[in-house]
Write a protein that binds this ligand. Structure first.
Ligand code: SAH
Length: 256
């Protein structure tokens, strides 16, 4: 009896963003594991058990799912967006590396999903049209000083920066501090995109500039994209603006 573990990305929102591969993996599972609100996005199926847990319990959830799969069950662990981006696929790998030999024999599949930064970028144009990076502002798993160093390096090197986990109840000041840090490197007029609950009925997307970004509302469901020196806003009459980063590097960047 060989178990199977699929780590499945649900995409950012409703079922339109679920890939056909992810849908098949969910249909195939005998047991589902995940953070409660993500599990709620998966329609119930007869004969499938569901194991919801709190957002903070990622390692324990991964271990429970691996243990279940090692007993010969077909298990799926669900993540919002893509499971490899600040999510469950790495937690599962951490547990496999630290866990019993039997977990290394399991058939493991990671099923990709549309990650939040791609969904937000698509709504507004092409802010990730050239070199970019992604950073989680959560200092639960790394010290704040390291986040500051990475912000300095990313902005200094000219990357557009996607900021995941900008704010939570336990981390009220980090987002403002990150914006202030980025202002050391970037002009006031640098475009900043806020995408909240993208792909869900209450979706909002807005554009501001770096000098006022600190005051813009951001929460746990918000993904922020901070432009580079090359990112531009195209105003359009009667339509929302387009934000994009051109594919060719500007001469000033090349010689900087
Ligand atoms: N695995 C997820 C990211 C998990 S980290 C993915 O690939 O998208 C959680 C963070 O993702 C949130 O704090 C927020 O910054 C972002 N996020 C997730 N879903 C989102 C959505 N629908 N709209 C905007 N941002 C979202």
């Amino acid at each position: 009896m060989s178990g199977h573990l699929a780590v499945v990305g649900l995409g950012p929102g409703d079922a339109r963003y679920l890939t056909a591969e992810a849908e098949a993996a969910l249909a195939d599972a005998q047991a589902l594991y995940g953070y409660g609100p993500y599990l709620d996005r998966v329609p119930p199926r007869a004969g499938q058990s569901r194991h919801g847990s709190d957002n903070r319990e990622e390692r324990a959830r991964a271990a429970a799912a691996l243990d279940h799969a090692a007993r010969g069950v077909r298990v799926a662990v669900v993540s919002g967006g893509d499971p490899g981006v600040f999510a469950m696929a790495a937690a599962v790998c951490e547990e496999i590396e630290a866990g019993p030999e039997s977990w290394r024999r399991l058939d493991v599949a990671v099923v990709p999903g549309i990650t939040a930064m791609l969904a937000v970028a698509a709504r507004i144009g092409a802010p990730l049209g050239h070199d970019f990076c992604a950073l989680s502002l959560s200092d639960n798993l790394k010290p704040w000083e390291l986040i500051e160093r990475r912000l300095d390096a990313a902005a200094g090197a000219g990357f557009v920066i996607a900021l995941y986990n900008p704010v939570s109840r336990a981390r009220p000041w980090q987002f403002g501090a990150a914006i202030e840090r980025l202002r050391r490197h970037l002009p006031d007029a640098t475009p900043v995109v806020f995408g909240r609950a993208v792909g869900r009925p209450d979706e909002t997307v807005s554009v501001t500039t770096l000098d006022t970004a600190r005051a813009a509302p951001a929460d746990m469901a918000t993904l922020v994209i901070v432009g580079s020196r090359e990112t531009r806003i195209i105003a359009r009459p009667g339509r929302s603006p387009l934000v994009y980063t051109p594919r060719a590097a500007a001469a000033a960047e090349v010689s900087a």
